[in-house]
Structures are given as C-alpha cells and as structure tokens.
Design a protein around this ligand. Structure first.
Ligand SMILES: Nc1ncnc2c1ncn2[C@@H]1O[C@H](COP(=O)(O)OP(=O)(O)O)[C@@H](O)[C@H]1O
Ligand SMILES: [Mg+2]
Length: 366
C-alpha cells in the first residue's frame, strides 16, 4: 500500500507535543510531511532540543504510523526552534537572538574554557552559535578553536565592508587575537579596548544567530560598561572556582550585572575546577579548591546553579590543541559539558519567558 499525505497528516494528529497537552499539529511543531511511495519524511521544529524529548517524539511518531499503516519507512528530522528576543544594537546584530556574556571576577578560573565548550555544546544542540572573544587582554579563542592562523575574510554587503567570523566546530568565532601579532603583548588600553569591542559587533557580519557568547575580560571594568551600552545583553553566566578568593570576586561580578544602571539578568553560576580527578584513578575526587563553594553561593544569591566541571588534565590538553573537551568521545567531563550547555539553554528559555528583553544601557551625558 502506498502512503497518502492526508492520511499521514491525520494519523500524526495523535502525537502529543512535548510542550503540553496538544498535538504536534496544533502546536505547529509539525512543519512538513513528504510522502514517497512507502516512505515518509517528517520535519519538526521543537523548542527544547533535549535528547530524551527528541527520542520520545521519534518513538511516538513511529508507533502512531506503525499502528495506522504497518511497516513503512519513516525519516524524522527535528530542528531546534529559535528563541525569540527583540533586536536592538547595530544592524549587524539584528538577527542575533540571545547575547550571553560569560564573566568571572577573577582571571584564570577557566572562563574561556567554559565559554568555548558552551559554544560547541549549544551548536551541537542544533543552535546557530557565534562567539566574541572580547578578552582584549588575553584572547584565547584562536588557540582553543585551532584557528590561530586564520584571518577573517572581508565581504562587501550592500556596498559596505564587513568582516566575516571564522567558523570552527560549528561556531562562528571572532577574536581580537586575529588582528594582533601573537608574539607581541597586547597592551590595548581604555579607548582602544572599547573601540575594538564595538567593532566586534558593528563591523562583523553575524547574520542569523540563536546565541552569541561573549568571553569577557575578568573583573568589572570599562569593557563591561561598553558592552551593555553597545548591545542588549540577554543574560550573564558567571564562572568561578569554589575557592574563597574566587567566590568573593564572583560575587562582585554578579553585583555588577545586577546594578540598577546595568540590569542584566544573571542566568546562572558555573563551578569550574569543582574537584580534581586523576586519569589513573577516575573514581577519585579531590576537592582541592574546596567543595561546592559556587553551588553554595548560588543558593545564597538565589541564582540558578548551572553545573560543575572538574579539573582534569584532558580539559587543559583539549584547550591547548584546539579541540574543546566536549568533543571527546564518552568521557565523563564531555558529558558534564553537554549537560552544562543544556542547562544554560534551559535557563535562557526561562529568562525569556519570564522577563522582558534587556534594553541597551543608554549613555546619559550632561
Ligand atoms: N576544568 C579544567 N580542567 C583542567 N584545566 C582547566 C580547566 N579549566 C581551565 N583549565 C585550564 O586552566 C587555564 C586557565 O583557563 P582559561 O579558560 O584560560 O581561564 P580564564 O579565561 O578564566 O583566564 C588554561 O590552561 C585551561 O586549559
Ligand atoms: Mg580567558
């Protein structure tokens, strides 16, 4: 028996949407059906790209079609539904939906490592992801993405020249490191740093993105202020180690985003170097920087806790060879990085359903 599209559509009305008590037809998640003889192609667009949800949808669809038509070949393609946020900022950023600043109070806590893995993780979830390496004092993304020798291409669009980000592991990367001689220390100061950051937004053709992640310099300085005045930052992720000195600085970082004059929601906190696990004793955990310090801080400040990443040698090595640790096959830390990316995605969705889009901070001059 050959399939008929109308009958397939009718049968699929029995499949429940993961979003609630309606069918995938009513929810609009069912995008397209194509029938070729005894084969059917189904395109879906769902809000949550979590693996268990995809798997359940696939199995529900297969069951319903099997009950209706017997043994037919079903191909299911599930895309992630882009999250809605209003555009604001330079025209090059009009199609960027969520701008996430990754910050830390202290340097060296692994902010860049976390940002790189988050970017790759979100891309793996099916999102369009860009990354701005805004740490003008120590750009590390060219190395972490193995694109040290790349240079962004220039393209003319509507008569104006734009830089194109460099793509690696599915992430569009732009770094101040592309323009600086790696042998020279970067001593960008004040005005220079500010100008560079603005160019990373206004002069780069970002096109459509679900997420643009920003690797900010450590601390709470000029660059942060320029950032919130240049683009509407959806939210901030703050990275810290559980160590007391790092926590104190993380607290300052959170307080900066929460200032009335800045008002960027803090999406959550990440605990890096949460414990040390040696390769030869994978079951052992040594809490060398203290235990659950960041988790405790998030409870105190009533901010979501996004996850813990251990200190393991392979994370450092992965950074140094330019292949983020999340891409390792089946290592525990790769799994933790994937969970972290899902947690960030989930909290951004929560933020977008409960809060108004962020407004760019207006500069008031007297
Ligand atoms: N979880 C981790 N396990 C092992 N090494 C790590 C981990 N996180 C960061 N590192 C290493 O620590 C150093 C500092 O990390 P980095 O991400 O550059 O920090 P930041 O951007 O905060 O200055 C790097 O050499 C990095 O590879
Ligand atoms: Mg860094």
């Amino acid at each position: 028996m050959n399939l008929n599209k109308t009958e397939v559509a009718e049968a699929l009305k029995k499949v429940k949407s993961p979003a609630g008590n309606v069918s995938i037809t009513e929810s609009g998640e069912l995008k397209n059906i194509q029938v070729f003889g005894k084969e059917v192609d189904i395109d879906l667009e769902v809000k949550s790209p979590a693996l268990n949800i995809r798997k359940k949808l696939e199995s529900d669809i297969n069951t319903v079609l099997f009950e209706a038509f017997g043994d037919v070949k079903v191909r299911i393609n599930i895309a992630a539904k882009p999250i809605q946020q209003g555009p604001q900022g330079p025209p090059t950023m009009n199609k960027v939906k969520n701008i996430i600043a990754v910050a830390s109070g202290k340097g060296g806590v692994g902010k860049s490592t976390i940002t790189a893995n988050l970017a790759v993780g979100l891309a793996k979830l099916g999102y369009k992801v860009g990354l701005v390496d805004a740490d003008i004092y120590g750009p590390s993304m060219p190395l972490m993405f193995d694109i040290v020798h790349e240079k962004p291409k220039v393209q003319v669009i509507d008569g104006k020249q734009y830089m194109m980000p460099v793509e690696s592991y599915g992430v569009k990367v732009m770094s101040i490191g592309f323009f600086a001689d790696p042998r020279q220390p970067i001593v960008w100061r004040g005005a220079m740093a500010t100008k560079a950051l603005k160019q990373m937004f206004g002069d780069v053709w970002w096109d459509e993105l679900d997420y643009l992640l920003l690797d900010l310099p450590p601390g709470t300085g000029d660059v942060h202020l320029t950032l919130v005045q240049s683009v509407p930052v959806t939210g901030a992720v703050v990275v810290s180690t559980p160590q007391e000195v790092a926590l104190a600085d993380a607290r300052k970082g959170v307080a900066m985003f929460q200032l009335d004059s800045i008002n960027v929601p803090v999406i959550g906190l990440v605990e890096n170097m949460a414990w040390f696990t040696p390769a030869e004793l994978p079951e052992n955990k040594y809490y060398i920087f203290g235990k659950d310090g960041v988790k405790g801080l998030s409870e105190q400040l009533n901010i979501p806790f996004l996850g813990q990443i251990p200190l393991v040698q392979s994370v450092r090595e992965a950074g140094d060879v330019g292949r983020p640790a999340l891409l390792q096959d089946n290592t525990p830390v790769a799994e933790l990085f994937k969970q972290l990316a899902s947690a960030v995605n989930q909290e951004v969705e929560n933020r977008n359903t409960t809060l108004e889009p962020t407004k760019k901070v207006e500069i008031t001059t007297r």
